[in-house]
Design a protein around this ligand. Structure first.
Ligand code: PHE
Ligand code: ZN
Ligand code: ZN
Ligand code: ZN
Length: 295
């Protein structure tokens, strides 16, 4: 019979249909024998001899939007830019991914709206990140070069309140962008600001992979200094990390990543609060001066 590689991403619940990702030699609606199906950790999803129902969702076209908010400062030609994606995957409500970052920059924007900063502040709520960084990429690509030149720095916040969190800062020194893309020079200063804040607050931190998995990608490619925060997604917490940050070793940083359980009840509010304060702190710091980043 037909053989297929089946990747289930909706949790270990036999009453729910799995989602098949990838190219299959079988069509929607057919029932195929299961040779064996297991999760990445080796636990069984379905036993050999059972059957799987192939579900292929019909494709559709939708319009999505970026929401951009500007607070002009005294200097209209030096913009401090923070962004978070506002969309979620269709499988879940997306509260940590990425209501968390969106709420933090919204609160920062509302608070700073009463001020007249030196530099200009811009906030973006990106659309269609989960479909492949579509909103942020379109924005940067459509921006005239003269407008790109006004952006002093871009800070990205995607998943900042993970329930089994560790504090992570995008690592400017160890990016894994394929050549010729290089992380712009000023990015190290952004990383340093985040790290010095955690140190000030007595919070341990680690590097996060800077590899293009979120909306900073287009900014890096445009040569704009970038940075950001991350409290972890599908990666499993080690014993060593649990000793440092607490939480559960052997469980993902966010066990509800891209799933229905990514709700308001499954945030770590302490992590979210510390990161929200830091997000406001960074925006306020660079509202005064971006000299440490751009010279
Ligand atoms: N961009 C990923 C998502 O939205 C999350 C992520 C952010 C993963 C940063 C790694 C680094 O699902
Ligand atoms: Zn996501
Ligand atoms: Zn995300
Ligand atoms: Zn570093």
């Amino acid at each position: 019979g037909a053989e297929a590689v089946i990747i289930f991403n909706q949790g270990n619940d036999p009453t729910r249909e799995g989602l098949i990702v990838g190219t299959l030699g079988v069509d929607h609606g057919v029932t195929i024998p299961v040779v064996g199906a297991s999760f990445a950790d080796g636990s069984a999803l379905a036993a050999a001899g059972s059957t799987a129902h192939v579900l292929v969702l019909p494709s559709e076209t939708r319009t999505d939007y970026n929401v951009i908010a500007d607070l002009p400062g005294k200097n209209k030609n030096n913009i401090v830019f923070a962004g978070s994606h506002l969309d979620s995957v269709t499988d879940g409500p997306g509260i940590n991914d990425n209501g968390s970052g969106s709420a933090a920059i919204l609160e920062t924007a509302l608070t700073l709206a009463r001020s007249k900063p030196q530099n200009s502040l811009r906030f973006a709520f990106w659309g269609a990140e989960e479909e492949g960084l579509i909103g942020s990429t379109a924005y940067v690509e459509e921006l005239p070069q003269a407008e790109k030149d006004k952006i002093a720095l871009y800070l990205n916040y995607d998943m900042v309140g993970s329930p089994n969190y560790i504090f992570q800062v995008y690592d400017a020194d160890q990016s894994s962008f394929p050549a010729p893309v290089v992380v712009p020079e000023g990015s190290t200063a952004l990383e340093d600001l985040f790290e010095s804040y955690y140190t000030w607050k007595g919070q341990p931190y680690d590097d996060a992979e800077f590899s293009g998995r979120s909306d900073y990608q287009a900014f890096i490619e445009a040569g704009i200094a970038s940075g950001g925060l991350f409290t972890g997604a599908e990666v499993v917490k080690t014993e060593e990390q649990a000793a440092i940050w607490g939480g559960t070793a052997g469980a993902s940083f966010d066990p509800n990543y891209h799933q229905p359980g990514d709700t308001i009840d499954n945030l770590d509010l302490k992590a979210l609060e510390i990161n929200s304060d830091l997000i406001a702190f960074a925006q306020l710091t660079y509202a005064f001066s971006t000299e440490s980043v751009n010279g």
